[in-house]
Design a binder for this molecule. Structure first.
Ligand code: GDP
Length: 324
């Protein structure tokens, strides 16, 4: 693991890819190695900007990431792209599995694209993504883009592992604010109205103004300077607005760095994930032997009226989960 750690720190991509495969593995011996590797890498002083990006299918996420990723590498930055796709477990595929979606970025030697692993539970996906982020950071990437499809809990999860969270939206006609949930608006730092080109340009500008209005109604967050969160238009296809987006992102990030909010956010996230993992692993034990069997047996006694539900719960927790 020492060797692998050194290769990762030296920026060796094959080592990085192997390490990500290791953290994605469900095997117990791999898990032990992964923990050792992550522990060995801890304490380096590299810091990437972690950018979460969400949006419904078809809104232009991969087109945007391709354009924005190339823009960033053009600035001399090293960019890693990770994906969180909760549906990939079902489909067996992954949103970035088809790398032709980001052909240019895939060929760029300053970019690293990693498809989303197929996983059954969101908790597992979260842990693997967090660990992949840590590995990319150790490997010296400047920016890590974490893409997710805008469904369910995956957005919250990605927001909880990002320094900045972007929501990509499509131009919309009329007064529908596309049913974007308030909670998601509140998580976003920047709303990007994509497809501001051709026939859609006018609509995109109007949609952007509508969102800007909606954002002004949200309560001000202490971690934001004046004017944030904000809405911007962009055209991923024409590669318009990328410089402006990057300018706003760095302005926000610089402000947070200078005012202690960057560190505070990362600390809160670390705590959040620690607590989430404890909860999740305790719950997982209930579904495995021997606890599962003990639970079944006690449930039988509760059904027969031999034990009260409370007494049975007490016994299970005391005997099998080492609790008082
Ligand atoms: P994803 O599902 O969110 O990853 O969306 P894609 O990047 O695959 O894009 C979905 C469709 O929208 C494709 O046909 C793209 O060509 C198109 N698209 C993406 N970005 C833009 C844009 O900036 N302008 C226009 N007009 N179309 C776009």
């Amino acid at each position: 693991m020492q060797d692998m750690a050194e290769q990762i720190l030296a920026g060796n991509r094959r080592a990085l890819a192997r390490a990500i495969t290791l953290v994605e593995s469900g095997r117990a011996d791999h898990r032990a190695q992964a923990l050792e590797l992550l522990e060995t890498l801890r304490g380096h002083d590299r810091q990437a900007l972690r950018i979460g990006l969400s949006g419904t299918p078809g809104v232009g996420k991969s087109t945007f990431i391709e354009a924005f990723g190339c823009f960033l590498t053009g600035q001399g930055l090293k960019v890693a792209v990770l994906a969180v796709d909760p549906s990939s477990a079902r489909s067996g595929g992954s949103i970035l599995g088809d790398k032709t979606r980001m052909e240019r970025l895939t060929r760029d030697k300053n970019a690293f694209i990693r498809p989303s692993p197929s996983q059954s539970q969101l908790g597992g996906v979260a842990r693997r993504t967090r660990e992949a982020i840590d590995l990319c950071e150790a490997a010296g990437f400047d920016v890590i883009l974490i893409e997710t499809v805008g469904v369910g809990q995956s957005e919250t999860m990605v927001a909880e592992m990002s320094d900045l969270f972007l929501l990509l939206l499509a131009p919309a006609g009329g007064d529908e604010l596309q049913g974007v949930k308030r909670g998601i608006m509140e998580m976003a730092d920047i709303l990007l109205i994509n497809k501001a080109d051709g026939d859609l340009k006018t609509t995109a500008i109007r949609t952007c103004a509508d969102y800007a209005g909606a954002l002004r109604l949200l309560r001000k967050r202490p971690q934001d300077p004046e004017g944030f969160p904000k809405a911007l238009t962009v055209s991923a296809i024409e590669e318009n607005g990328l410089e402006k987006v990057w300018g706003e992102m760095t302005a926000l990030n610089d402000w947070r760095q200078e005012n202690g909010h960057f560190e505070a956010r990362r600390a809160a996230q670390a705590r959040f994930w620690f607590e989430a993992e404890v909860r999740e692993r305790l719950l997982a034990r209930l579904t495995r032997e021997p606890v599962k069997g003990a639970m079944r047996a006690l449930a039988g006694q509760v059904e027969d009226g031999r034990l009260t539900p409370s007494a049975a719960a007490e016994e299970l927790l005391r005997e099998h989960l080492l609790m008082e």
